[in-house]
Design a protein around this ligand. Structure first.
Ligand SMILES: *[C@@H]1O[C@H](CO)[C@@H](O)[C@H](O)[C@H]1NC(C)=O
Ligand SMILES: *[C@@H]1O[C@H](CO)[C@@H](O)[C@H](O)[C@H]1NC(C)=O
Length: 158
């Protein structure tokens, strides 16, 4: 089945470059053993071995989250599961393989339960990534994302 998968969960901030690389220690996968089957489904790598991908994302981003690995990966899965982007877009009649205005895609997400401005990335005119932004309240809430970096911005007509 066609679906969006997880790229990562990135501690970020509006002003400076987001923090990264807060550890050089390898991710101890025995700490996330219980959720590996779900990670395999929802957070696969398209280029490298899945565990190496999670290790990369953990060292680069997760380690700066102040969370333990299990909580970090579980939070990402939780955010992902609550927002079935495939379903949200389908509901708005935005279907894979067709061409839509970027506003239609953004509006579909803004008027869904997500309710905020996503950040879309395109490559060669194709939508390749949808980012959702959250604050870091104890129970994170969705917030509007900043505009995308110019090199990944989607054309007005996709
Ligand atoms: C990985 O975590 C397990 C479970 O806490 C622990 O027993 C083991 O020593 C850890 N391995 C490393 C290399 O830190
Ligand atoms: C993926 O990488 C991990 C850690 O390096 C290794 O233990 C595992 O065997 C690899 N799996 C595959 C399918 O290559």
């Amino acid at each position: 089945m066609l679906k969006f998968t997880i790229h990562g969960l990135w501690p970020s901030n509006y002003i400076r470059r987001h923090p990264s690389g807060c550890t050089t220690s390898d991710l101890n996968t025995s700490l996330i053993n219980g959720i590996v089957p779900v990670l395999d489904q929802d957070w696969p790598s398209y280029t490298i071995n899945n565990s190496e991908f999670w290790d990369y994302e953990w060292k680069k981003h997760g380690s700066c989250s102040n969370m333990i690995p299990f909580d970090y990966f579980t939070l990402a899965l939780d955010i992902y599961t609550r927002n079935d982007l495939q379903q949200i877009l389908k509901h708005a009649n935005v279907l894979h393989g067709n061409t839509y205005s970027i506003n239609k895609v953004i509006t579909a997400i803004q008027t869904s339960r997500v309710g905020v401005l996503p950040q879309l990335s395109c490559k060669k005119g194709d939508l390749v990534e949808i980012k959702l932004c959250l604050n870091k309240n104890p129970i994170p809430q969705y917030i509007n994302c900043p505009p995308p970096p110019p090199n990944t911005a989607c054309p007005t007509n996709m």
